[in-house]
Design a protein around this ligand. Structure first.
Ligand SMILES: [Zn+2]
Length: 92
């Protein structure tokens, strides 16, 4: 059933659904992410552990400097590259 007045972009799904395009981790940002920032907090995480933040073009700088000044930032890669690297690593 369609609710009039509710805009629905083609291909858009509710965020609860799996397979949704990853969204930028910046607060309040709903832009699809294109960058993956891999980071590690040595006080909380073992050295091999990688936490990831997603970023759109606009917030890549902001988020990476946030992590950078704390010495947490390990790597910034495009989402495409990240997923390639990880699908090769995962499973099997
Ligand atoms: Zn953003």
């Amino acid at each position: 059933m369609n609710i009039p007045g509710t805009p629905r972009f083609p291909g858009a799904t509710d965020s609860a659904e799996a397979g949704t395009a990853p969204i930028c981790s910046a607060k309040g940002c709903r832009t699809p992410a294109v960058w993956v920032l891999a980071w590690n907090n040595p006080k909380l995480h073992t050295p091999e552990r990688r936490k990831t933040w997603l970023a759109c073009d606009e917030h890549r700088e902001h988020l990476s400097s946030f992590l950078g000044v704390r010495g947490f930032l390990k790597d910034v890669v495009s989402l495409e590259e990240w997923e390639e690297g990880h699908s090769a690593d995962d499973g099997r």
